[in-house]
Design a protein around this ligand. Structure first.
Ligand code: GDP
Length: 182
């Protein structure tokens, strides 16, 4: 009998976190990689680079996740941060209008630094604070669509939507990698 098992294809992707300080970037990574949450501001204590492998369909995707480590506050994200990125998680806080307005600046920066070479997932974080919501989901969705990005919402605190967000971004990166000319 022939062996019907299909061989798993392996991919490596660089994913960068972007967005204003305190929106929960490091918390999303900590929840995704270690399934932990801390009420402290993590940027200064969290490692700036982590990896996690996920399986989608017949593919194994090794994600190399770069966190800003607080440097976004000083506009100090140099070209090395962006170089070779396959995907961007652009995070804002649904209770903080300013963090959403700044998303437009981050999109401009992504387009300047990466052109169209990376998939963008815009994430509205802190959905556990629904009572304090300042940005309607449909407004964020409509904006993301104009930029050719996906929009998803998460709560790092309550572990809602995190693996779904990373999986959706990975699925887009896989689609692109599988259809890229060799
Ligand atoms: P960063 O500067 O964007 O990396 O943000 P951090 O991950 O350090 O989070 C900033 C603050 O927001 C910390 O006090 C976190 O505990 C808090 N935080 C992060 N995610 C959530 C969330 O989903 N819900 C709530 N309520 N707080 C969160």
């Amino acid at each position: 009998m022939p062996d019907m098992a299909t061989e798993q294809k392996s991919f490596k992707f660089k994913v960068v976190l972007l967005g204003e300080g305190c929106v929960g970037k490091s918390s999303l990574v900590l929840r995704f990689v270690e399934n932990k949450f801390s009420s402290r501001h993590l940027s200064t204590i969290q490692a700036s680079f982590q990896s996690k492998t996920i399986n989608i369909d017949d593919c194994k995707a090794e994600l190399h996740i770069w966190d800003t480590a607080g440097q976004e506050k000083y506009h100090a994200l140099g070209p090395i941060y962006y170089r070779g990125s396959n995907g961007v998680l652009l995070v804002f806080d649904i209770t903080d209008r300013r963090s959403f307005e700044k998303v437009k600046n981050w999109v401009l920066e992504i387009k300047t630094c990466l052109g169209k070479s990376a998939e963008i997932l815009i994430v509205g974080n802190k959905t556990d604070l629904e009572d304090e919501r300042k940005i309607a989901r449909q407004d964020a969705e409509a904006y993301a669509e104009t930029e050719g990005a996906i929009y998803m919402e998460t709560s790092a605190q309550d572990n809602i939507g995190i693996s779904e967000a990373f999986e959706a971004l990975t699925a887009k990166m896989l689609d692109r990698a599988r259809t890229a000319p060799t």
